[in-house]
Each structure stands twice: as C-alpha cells, then as structure tokens.
Write a protein that binds this ligand. Structure first.
Ligand SMILES: [Zn+2]
Ligand SMILES: [Zn+2]
Ligand SMILES: [Zn+2]
Length: 164
C-alpha cells in the first residue's frame, strides 16, 4: 500500500490491521474511529497535551467504554488512567464471547521504542502488558497513566487465557 500523503510504501503494523508510513508518520485504518475495535467516541474537545508518537498532534478528549481518555486522532493511541485500564480489561475479558486469537510472539523491537508521558514529559516505562496477550504498553508510574496503541485493548481482550 502506498501512502496517500508522500507515496512511500506503508507497512502493516505487526499483529494489527492498520498501516503506517514511517516516512511521514501517516496511518491508514480499515474503519473510521468510532467503528474501530477500540471504539473511542470523540468529544470534539482538544487538550494542550501532545501525542507522544505524533509530535504535532494535540490529544483530544474521548470516551472509551464509559471512561474518559485522551486520544490522538492521527495514530489513535490514547492515555488512560492505569487503574481504570486494569478494571476495564478484566470486565471486557470476562464479557467477551468471541473466539480467542491465536497466540503470537511479542514484537521485541517495540520494547526498544520509548515515548514520553504526555502529562509530565518524563520517559514512560515500556514493558510487555503483564496480563494475557503479547502486547507492549507504556506506563508512567508517577502519573499512574498508561499509553495504549491503536488496537492493543482489543488484542488483550481476544488473547487466550483466564477470563474471570
Ligand atoms: Zn507518507
Ligand atoms: Zn498520535
Ligand atoms: Zn507522567
């Protein structure tokens, strides 16, 4: 697939259904925001926080399954309160009725990509998510915030493992 903006070749993001242009940081998604697997509902309100992945994109306020998040309309990543994320994952995994994903290996190269916390601008802790699924997430221990990339929540929910 060619990038619409700069016509470089886009690459499929590992384990996901969307494409990324490394040359100009453009993303191509199979659906619009509200119909994507994460299901973020935008409020139309922008914040002063910048996306840690897309330097010139301000995060916007949105709602994810009843909780407020700050998301980026370019990469569709979002910041969420870490405790809220934990309870959201337990509830969604317990309620999930669909088939499990086939397990895939973690993408080790993602562990080498660090980003700054949008709130305090300190480096976030990049680590494999401790629960089911082979997803790399970023957390700020100080702000108790997590950065989730597009599609990562859905991947954690579909991962095989205990659903209690
Ligand atoms: Zn491009
Ligand atoms: Zn972004
Ligand atoms: Zn922070």
């Amino acid at each position: 697939m060619k990038c619409q903006k700069c016509s470089s070749v886009m690459s499929l993001v590992y384990g996901m259904d969307h494409y990324h242009c490394a040359a100009c940081n453009t993303f191509e998604f199979p659906t619009d925001l509200e119909n994507s697997s994460d299901g973020i509902v935008p409020s139309g309100r922008k914040t002063d926080f910048l996306c840690p992945v897309c330097p010139d994109s301000n995060l916007e306020i949105g709602e994810l399954r009843g909780s407020e998040v700050c998301f980026c309309n370019n990469c569709r990543g979002y910041v969420i309160d870490s405790l809220t994320l934990g309870s959201m994952i337990s509830a969604l995994r317990a309620a999930y009725q669909g088939p499990d994903d086939r397990p895939i290996l973690i993408n080790r190269s993602e562990l080498g990509v660090t980003i700054k916390c949008p709130a305090c601008l300190e480096l976030m802790n990049t680590h494999p998510y401790h629960g089911p699924g082979t997803v790399v997430i970023d957390s700020c221990m100080q702000c108790k915030l997590s950065w989730m990339g597009y599609g990562e929540l859905a991947k954690i929910i579909r991962a095989p493992g205990i659903r209690a």
